[in-house]
Design a protein around this ligand. Structure first.
Ligand code: HEM
Length: 519
């Protein structure tokens, strides 16, 4: 009701006095109620929509074990405040050790199934409807290479890139792999007699040097210079930021992430991460000459080293394989290749240092196959190193560098114990294995260090060569020791897909009697 004093209304009088009149309060309450009704209807509608479009997933998850899920957040609270690699490892281990496979974990409104039974892993890895990587790979910000591509573009590329690790190519790598391992043991003389130290960086340099000189065909002599040190040191910071983002819900949307301080650090470390592939692409700039192009055209199925094959694919299909895509292919193989080999080798060395009797047996085997310190190992020699291979496998069983394989279903897939799960369901498969059974009684999918199925590790045949050869060179000339024990090791999970031992490769290095290295 408006009473007027001359030309001055009562409402204006109250407002001048700083008091809100009752009629205005009623107006506001009405407005707030209208907004609340709108918001609640919208939430109800959205909830109904989610429930309806994901009804298959809700059906599938019913009856499965898993942490309690709440509306909107699902079981996301499990990751609350758990954003460091150690904490992430603990959460993931807790989930897989508490709930039976397949365990249903709702992350927000997305259903993630954790499978850790060999039969379940087999059903997933053999299925043609499970060839897409899980969504969390997007946080690495590299998504057009062979490792991350969606299945429809990946298939043709993988068919070509399989040729890069054919027997004839691997045979051709042997002198370089030997030479790089020889450099490693020569450099290790510098660590003899020093107190216990983490030599992970040295192992990383060896791995990157070997990958560059073979898979990329470019020898930068990375163990003799510091050219790769910044790249290698940057990796953990980059992966820590990716891990934090994955475990922090409000950092998921790109629009919010770019406002954070972490984004600035991610951009900086990302630049360093891509610096290696930039150097490689610069080195290859003048590579595509008419002669090379003619060879690409005439021999499209000829086995070539990885980098040449990528350039051949780009020449054949320039519209779909631009410079950016070439860079992603290179970044992914450089990272997937060197990091997996370096971490696995570091753990094998640590395990040998912890188990002297095992180390002595490896030494004996190497000496029985190729005792001369200057002599190279052949492919036949490598095949004879059976005990050495068992030591590598046991280390990979205990510390698989890729502990989780994340895949996304594009159609219904059924496993023995999984009823059905539909589009957009994510599957995290944690590999836990048992060594108690006799090898012939074990399920073939109970030990998968390189995964299995058509999207398994591209470089698994190659990986065995540098690992066995470096280990043989090492065991021939050195003895490693450590004060660490198994229960002191701290496990970390980076970016959900990478397992690390926080202590790296903390050892003392002793030169064996009779070794002439550095003398
Ligand atoms: C000890 C050494 C290695 C281990 C334990 C390892 C393990 C793995 C695992 C578990 C995967 C995931 C497979 C899946 O999703 O099913 C993978 C993928 C891959 N690895 Fe390896 N890897 C190693 C060395 C290498 C090397 C040396 C290279 C290259 C030179 C390489 C290149 C790749 C690539 C390109 C993929 C993606 C394959 C695709 O998506 O088609 N890896 N690796």
């Amino acid at each position: 009701m408006m009473e007027r004093w001359g030309s001055f209304s009562l409402r204006e009088f109250w407002q001048t006095a700083g008091i809100t009149p009752f009629s205005i309060l009623v107006d506001r309450a009405k407005m707030v109620t209208e907004w609340l009704v709108f918001l609640l209807s919208w939430i109800a509608f959205y909830g109904f929509y989610i429930r309806w479009t994901r009804r298959k997933q809700y059906d599938a998850a019913r009856g499965m074990e898993g942490p309690k899920a709440y509306p909107l957040i699902g079981a996301g609270y499990k990751f609350l405040g758990k954003s460091t690699p150690e904490q992430l490892h603990q959460v993931l281990t807790e989930i897989t050790s508490t709930y039976r496979s397949p365990a249903a974990v709702w992350l927000g409104q997305n259903l993630c199934l954790f499978l850790h039974k060999p039969e379940h892993a087999q059903a997933v890895l053999k299925s043609n409807d499970m060839l897409n990587r899980a969504n969390f790979h997007r946080y690495f910000n590299v998504n057009k290479g062979i490792l991350t591509q969606p299945a429809h573009t990946w298939k043709a590329h993988r068919k070509m890139l399989n040729l890069c690790f054919s027997p004839s190519i691997l045979k051709g790598f042997m002198p370089t792999i030997n030479q790089k391992s020889q450099v490693f043991v020569e450099q290790l003389v510098g660590c003899v007699g020093k107190p216990e130290q983490n030599i992970y960086l040295e192992v990383g340099k060896w791995a990157l040097d070997t990958i560059s000189a073979t898979v990329l065909g470019l020898d930068y002599h990375l163990q003799k210079t510091d050219a790769a040190v910044a790249y290698l040191k940057n990796i953990d910071e980059y992966l820590t930021l990716v891990t934090k983002r994955m475990a922090t819900a409000h950092q998921h949307p790109d629009l919010l992430y770019i406002l954070t301080r972490d984004f600035r650090d991610f951009a900086r470390t990302g630049k360093q991460f891509y610096s290696f592939s930039s150097m490689v692409m610069d080195s290859k700039k003048d590579f595509i000459n008419p002669e090379v192009m003619a060879d690409f055209k005439e021999n499209p199925r000829k086995p070539r080293i990885f980098i040449d094959m990528v350039y051949q694919m780009a020449a054949a299909d320039p519209d779909h394989l631009a410079d950016e895509d070439i860079r992603d292919h290179l970044d992914e193989v450089i990272f997937a290749g060197h990091d997996a080999i370096a971490t696995t080798m570091a753990y094998i060395m640590l395990m040998m240092a912890m188990h002297p009797e095992v180390q002595e047996r490896v030494h004996q085997e190497v000496m029985s196959v190729c005792p001369d310190e200057g002599a190279e190992f052949s492919l036949e020699d490598c095949n004879k190193l059976t005990y050495t291979e068992m030591v590598c496998k046991e280390t990979m069983r205990l510390f698989p560098v890729g502990p989780i394989i994340g895949r996304r279903a594009t159609a219904d897939v059924s496993c023995t114990a999984i009823r059905r799960f539909g589009d957009r369901t994510r599957t995290g498969s944690i590999r836990r294995t048992s060594c108690r059974r006799r090898p012939d009684q074990r399920h073939p999918y109970s030990f998968l260090p390189f995964s299995a199925g058509s999207r398994n590790c591209l470089g698994y045949r190659y990986a065995w060569l540098p690992m066995k050869i470096m280990l043989a060179y090492l065991a021939r000339s050195y003895r490693l020791k450590t004060s660490l024990t198994m229960d002191q090791l701290t496990l970390q999970n980076y970016g959900i897909i990478i397992l690390r031992i926080a202590q790296g490769c903390q050892v003392t290095v002793e030169q064996r009697e009779g070794s002439k290295l550095g003398r």
